[in-house]
Ligand binder design. Structure first.
Ligand code: SF4
Ligand code: SF4
Length: 184
């Protein structure tokens, strides 16, 4: 099967056949293009480092707002990686979590504990790190102006880095597809 299958933005763990196939291809592609993917890996490490840097700021705010939440946003549907997360996780050389079978999308997320998310912030599904409910956002905005400005700048930098990492990955993938389809 062609690595073009990796360009699948609809990929979901719930469709196990497609998911397993994509993981298999990603493993092969990562190992066959190990050296070309060096920049993708550097970018992934920089993203992880940048998310680690904003962790305490977010934590300070969620610690105030989330314990009183009546409608916790952490439901199962959000706890799965998507295909962009997979690129990031593989670039970091990490393993995927083992997902529980038979859980409903709307049930509390399988990674949620009484102390919050059990996955280190930098390797959570990206949507989790990017979601701020209105109560949380309001609290952040009401804090000191300078830390808030720094936080927004860091978030934007992380977004740009992620975009660059994904573009670079797709560029290498497309180049390899082109090489496969070109006559010798
Ligand atoms: S981020 Fe917002 S919705 Fe999610 S748990 Fe915290 S307060 Fe609740
Ligand atoms: S932050 Fe953690 S617990 Fe919440 S939805 Fe994401 S993975 Fe699940």
């Amino acid at each position: 099967m062609s690595p073009a299958y990796l360009l699948n933005s609809e990929l979901s763990w719930l469709d196990r056949k497609k998911w397993d196939r994509a993981i298999h291809l990603l493993e092969i592609f990562s190992s066959e293009h190990h050296e070309e993917l060096a920049h993708v890996k550097d970018l992934a490490r920089t993203i992880k480092y940048s998310i680690d840097k904003i962790d305490s700021f977010i934590q300070q705010n969620t610690a105030v707002i989330c314990p009183n939440c009546q409608k916790v946003c952490c439901i199962n549907r959000h706890g799965f990686y998507d295909y962009e997360d997979l690129v990031y996780i593989y670039a970091l050389g990490l393993k995927l979590p083992v997902y529980k079978e038979g859980m409903k999308d709307t049930e509390p997320c399988q990674f949620l504990s009484e102390y919050g998310c059990t996955i280190e912030r930098a390797i959570r599904p990206f949507r989790c790190n990017w979601y701020f409910c209105s109560a949380l956002l309001e609290h952040i905005e009401q804090g000191s102006a300078k830390p808030y400005r720094i936080f927004i700048k860091q978030l934007n930098e992380i977004l740009d880095l992620r975009k660059e990492m994904l573009n670079e990955f797709v560029r290498i993938l497309e180049a390899s597809l082109y090489a496969l389809s070109s006559p010798i």
